[in-house]
Design a protein. Structure first.
Length: 270
């Protein structure tokens, strides 16, 4: 397939993703993902066993499994505004864990099926966790041009700030990357995200370029403590509340994790 044909399909994929419900969509080359900052740093980080981690014998904590013929990643995001907190309420036994993730899985499934049936492409739907065969979604989002890594250690998008949720899948076609883009609202920001953290997870620099051999560190300057963030997540889990019954949710207790660093970010509020 020549470059012009790939570009035409790329445009169609972007349009189809929006039709399926994606707020943002972009593409990144698998070869670029393999050498992205998180993959490089991940090899040197101590093992994390807090909330969000998965124990897996199949995949080691240092590894990401790549399908042999995968050449591109299609990265999608859905907006997660403050007035729809239920998109991120975690409930055991609920398909996808949260309503937001269920929506993302549905979009990926519909888009993947369309590409296979209508375009004859090979696709690989990915799990969320690295330990289960996923990829580093924040790196993928940056390489696909969705935004940049902010000083809150989250992807900050021009349109919605950090108030988005991400998912990705792989294809066997070599699409051109749609990023990264020249966008950095954090450069001169007074960092309200760091000041509002209830556990002071950004209080001190715990990673350095000298130790990791890379300037692109967690929290950008290394001032991000995942263990402190986990303390808050544990408290959130212990304080799980009853969730209302909706058409997609039968009720029961749900965990409402802290999002103060997201809400304090001024980017994309309008």
């Amino acid at each position: 397939m020549n470059k012009k044909a790939l570009q035409a399909i790329s445009t169609q994929i972007m349009e189809k993703a929006k039709e399926c419900g994606a707020s943002l969509v972009g593409m990144a080359r698998v070869e670029d993902l393999k050498t992205s900052p998180s993959h490089f740093i991940h090899e040197k980080l101590p093992k994390y066993e807090g909330i969000g981690s998965i124990n897996s014998e199949k995949i080691g904590k240092k590894e990401v499994e790549w399908p042999e013929n995968a050449q591109s990643a299609i990265v999608i995001a859905i907006e997660h505004p403050k007035d729809k907190p239920e998109l991120d309420w975690w409930k055991d036994g609920f398909a996808g864990g949260t309503e937001g993730n269920r929506i993302l899985i549905s979009i990926v499934g519909e888009l993947s099926e369309w590409l296979e049936k209508e375009k004859g492409m090979g696709t690989w739907k990915l799990p969320y966790h690295i330990e289960k065969g996923g990829i580093f979604l924040k790196d993928a989002a940056v390489l696909a041009g969705l935004g940049c890594i902010g000083k809150n250690n989250m992807v900050v998008t021009p349109e919605y700030g950090p108030r988005v949720r991400l998912r990705a899948f792989l294809t066997n076609k070599p699409f051109l990357s749609t990023g990264p883009r020249d966008f950095d609202p954090c450069r001169k920001c007074n960092m309200p995200c760091r000041k509002v953290c209830p556990q002071d997870a950004f209080k001190q620099r715990i990673y350095s370029e000298a130790n990791f051999g890379l300037a692109q560190l967690p929290g950008r300057d290394g001032a991000y403590d995942r263990l402190q963030c986990n303390i808050q997540m544990v408290r959130d889990k212990e304080g799980a509340l009853e969730s209302p019954v909706t058409t997609a949710n039968s009720g029961g207790k749900s965990v409402r994790y802290c999002r103060l660093c997201e809400f304090s970010c001024p980017v994309g509020r309008q």
